[in-house]
Design a protein around this ligand. Structure first.
Ligand code: DSN
Length: 401
């Protein structure tokens, strides 16, 4: 029997990450400091409860860390209350939804194929089984349309509207949607998992102003350690959120990851991070333009965030093949549903492209355009000698120096 050496797995993963151009929109690279905190001795500590109110002894140093993490996240998002304990974005949504509404209440959310998320009402997810879900869809220009949402809210009277998406690269009028929701006694939960880096850096208007609760992951454009957070300005919701996270849903929090989150909140709160997030959007626009110039169809011909969707329908390419074929060359992206997609999730009609990782590697205009053309050349089978060019590029722009 072959004996595997665990250290080799680790080395192979590190090598793969360094040698791969990563365009997966939900990923990014945490900083070394956040990783050091996340793998610190807090890993050994059980910390059920909240600061100064724990179910185990010996939490006094972790209390300091969790308090710091809470304060850093509150400063970063300019919000009164924050819970930093959710293990993930999904768990943040689980607790947030139940803080605002009751089982079987009606939720209005964007359909999954149009860019929504599993936790926004997919029938196999807790959200789809605990609540009554009605969906809104994109308009004929593949944009979120205030009038469509307005009409559904008036007709269906949902208790809660979910805003914030997994694969939508258009704009959203939070202000208007808040007004119509308020008029119809409908709460707003904003899931900013994908765009929280743009919110924290002030490039986007802060949805906390227009939402009852905001949830986010901490590891996408925010560039932190993997996990979730829940934010609110309302003390009553905050109390409910806390008890729904612990003991409602989770036992002990992942103490070491909360230490890692603390460091990443701190690192995101400075001028360099603002420039970094601006560059992500610029890179995203450049890459999208490269695809359009090469004759590809985008779902929307512009992007205001870190990602965009490309349709493979017209060029008759199979997204599963494209994903796997590019991986052989050292390029990672993911196959993705397109609005009104009639294919299945194993082989949907599009690909999703995200620019956070390449921007973290400090790549700019020249490299981004080059990589966009490489991708087109590879999938069109125009060139088969690009493997070495990709390796050289990766070497020139290491993730960790
Ligand atoms: N699947 C991830 C995303 O792309 O949004 C998060 O769950």
């Amino acid at each position: 029997m072959k004996i595997y050496n665990f250290l080799n797995f680790l080395k192979m993963e590190v090598k793969k990450q360094e040698n791969t151009l990563n365009l997966i929109a939900s990923e990014n690279y945490s900083s070394i400091n956040s990783i050091i905190y996340a793998s610190s001795s807090f890993i050994n500590k059980y910390t059920e409860g909240y600061p100064k109110n724990r179910y185990y002894s010996g939490c006094k140093f972790f209390d300091l860390i969790e308090n710091k993490s809470i304060i850093e996240s509150q400063n970063l998002f300019n919000v009164n209350f924050s819970n930093v304990q959710p293990h993930s974005g999904s768990q943040a949504n689980y607790s947030a939804l139940q803080s605002l509404i009751n089982i079987n209440d009606k939720i209005l959310s964007l359909d999954l194929k149009s860019g929504g998320h599993l936790t926004h009402g997919f029938f196999k997810n807790f959200s789809g089984s605990y609540f009554t879900i009605i969906n809104y869809f994109l308009n004929k220009n593949n944009l979120i349309d205030n009038n469509i949402i307005n009409l559904i809210i008036k007709k269906e009277k949902p208790k809660l509207l979910i805003l914030g998406y997994s694969s939508y690269h258009g704009d959203l009028d939070w202000n208007y949607l808040r007004k119509i929701s308020k008029k119809n006694n409908c709460y707003i939960l904003s899931d900013i998992s994908h765009i929280s880096g743009f919110v924290s850096s002030g490039i986007y208007k802060n949805p906390i102003e227009f939402s009852d609760i905001v949830t986010s992951t901490t590891h996408k454009t925010l560039r932190g350690i993997k996990g979730g957070i829940i934010l609110s300005n309302n003390y009553r919701y905050y109390k409910k959120i806390n008890s729904l996270v612990f003991p409602g849903q989770q036992g002990g929090c992942i103490s070491n990851f909360i230490a890692g989150k603390f460091f990443s909140f701190k690192e995101s709160n400075n001028f360099n991070f603002i420039n970094y997030t601006k560059q992500i959007i610029l890179n995203s626009k450049i890459m999208l333009k490269t695809f359009i110039n090469r004759g590809y169809n985008a779902i929307i011909n512009n992007t205001n965030n870190h990602m965009f969707l490309i349709s493979l329908n017209k060029i008759n390419l199979n997204s599963l093949f494209v994903e796997k074929y590019l991986e052989k060359y050292g390029i990672m992206l993911n196959k993705n549903f397109l609005p009104k997609d009639n294919k299945n999730s194993i082989n949907p009609s599009g690909i999703r492209i995200g620019l956070s990782c390449l921007t973290t590697r400090k790549m700019k205009n020249l490299e981004i355009e080059l990589i966009g053309n490489y991708i087109c050349d590879i999938i069109e089978k125009k060139k088969n000698n690009l493997f070495i060019n990709i390796r050289i590029l990766c070497k020139k722009f290491p993730i960790y120096k």
